[in-house]
Design a protein around this ligand. Structure first.
Ligand SMILES: [Zn+2]
Length: 379
């Protein structure tokens, strides 16, 4: 089990934030590891066309779920060569999306967003034929100025800056009009649809509660009500997993990671705080310090399993902003991978894709044992 020395009095955010605008008006923020901002030009000298209109959301009356229709994204950048990477620092000869010669972590509004740039709530009481503006915000988080590498290989200090950036953006986006839920995530690996190699993640601010969050919020609400408000579902599960031990991967002072009892994916890890917090913005400095060690440790274990990079989706589940749903909301990370062997991926076929009924070919206990033994830092 991992243990680290925590500083209980650590400030919640230890990074310096600088905000600026790109040539077409999009917001860009620099998060620096040091308290002293780096020297950088603040003006984007590109001649960019104006921003396009927002797409639309359409209501699927069969399931009660919203679908974002973003046909304009067909023309977005797809696997550019390294010398045309939009996330590398700018040079005089080649301006990128980040108008600086260097940076630590940069966050900016996606040029080809699925949601936004407008803000609008999803229509109330929708039915067949209901549509609305795809309001909200899609942001890109560049984890490092280096074009190659992995999140797992970032320094602890840099991971702490990324956590501060996630927390800052979660707080800021939650305050924007019409936003119902904020989702920080990373897709890693071309196999699962990554269109840029440069290490980066994304943040979506949705104008509605997403289908999966709605299902989980309903389960959490039912549990909390049955417990007379004295317990949370996620808190109860993390306590049970820690007591049981069979599926544990890493246990810290503030967080535990385990393979869930009913894992859907060949590789699935949940990383959960020991106390109920709604989102990343609510984490204390000491909790963020520990997360900066535990989270990349887990990513390193995924890569160490087969001695080569494992594609994954890293998804931060944060409480929706609806005050009722938020009462039972509980931050946690769901880290999943379709990799089921060194050279095999699980594809979502009939049962999973059509019915949402997952069939897992591995046992969670066996996967947890392998992850506990995985030697990290060998990616
Ligand atoms: Zn790059």
């Amino acid at each position: 089990m991992t243990s680290i020395i925590s500083r209980v009095d650590a400030p919640a955010s230890v990074s310096e934030v600088t905000s600026t605008r790109l040539a077409d008006g999009r917001e860009l923020l620099y998060f620096d590891d040091t308290a002293r901002p780096l020297q950088r030009p603040s003006r984007d000298r590109r001649d960019l066309p104006g921003r396009g209109p927002s797409g639309e959301i359409r209501y699927d009356a069969l399931t009660g779920e919203w679908v974002a229709v973003a046909a304009h994204r067909q023309h977005r950048t797809h696997l550019p060569p390294a010398d045309e990477c939009p996330l590398c620092p700018s040079t005089d000869a080649r301006p990128s999306e980040i108008p600086a010669a260097d940076y630590d972590v940069a966050v900016f509004e996606n040029r080809f967003p699925s949601l936004g740039p407008d803000f609008a709530s999803a229509p109330a009481a929708p039915g067949w034929g209901s549509r609305g503006l795809a309001g909200g915000r899609c942001e890109v988080v560049a984890f490092t100025p280096e074009h190659t590498g992995t999140f797992a290989a970032l320094s602890t200090r840099r991971v702490r800056t990324v956590i501060d950036a996630w927390a800052h953006r979660t707080g800021a986006l939650s305050a924007l009009p019409g936003v119902a839920q904020v989702f920080c995530f990373e897709n890693r690996g071309q196999d699962i649809g990554v269109t840029l190699h440069h290490p980066h993640g994304q943040i979506y601010a949705y104008p509605y509660v997403t289908p999966r969050a709605a299902v989980m919020a309903a389960a959490a609400g039912r549990f909390q009500e049955a417990a007379g408000g004295t317990a949370t579902l996620t808190g109860s599960i993390v306590a049970s997993e820690r007591a049981d031990g069979d599926r544990m991967v890493v246990e810290g002072e503030f967080f535990s990671a385990y393979v869930p009892f009913a894992a859907r994916w060949p590789l699935e890890i949940h990383l959960v705080p020991h106390r109920q917090v709604p989102d990343l913005a609510a984490l204390t400095g000491a909790e963020r310090d520990e997360l900066a060690v535990l989270y990349p440790d887990l990513l390193g274990r995924l890569d160490a399993l087969y001695g080569s990079p494992t594609p994954y989706i890293s998804a931060w589940h944060q409480a929706p902003l609806d005050p009722v749903l938020r009462r039972s909301g509980y931050l946690h990370l769901q880290l999943t991978s379709p990799r089921r062997a060194a050279d095999k991926l699980k594809f979502l076929a009939g049962s999973e894709a059509a019915m949402g009924a997952f069939i897992n070919d591995t046992t969670p206990e066996e996967v947890a044992a392998r992850l506990r033994d995985a030697r990290t830092g060998t990616a």
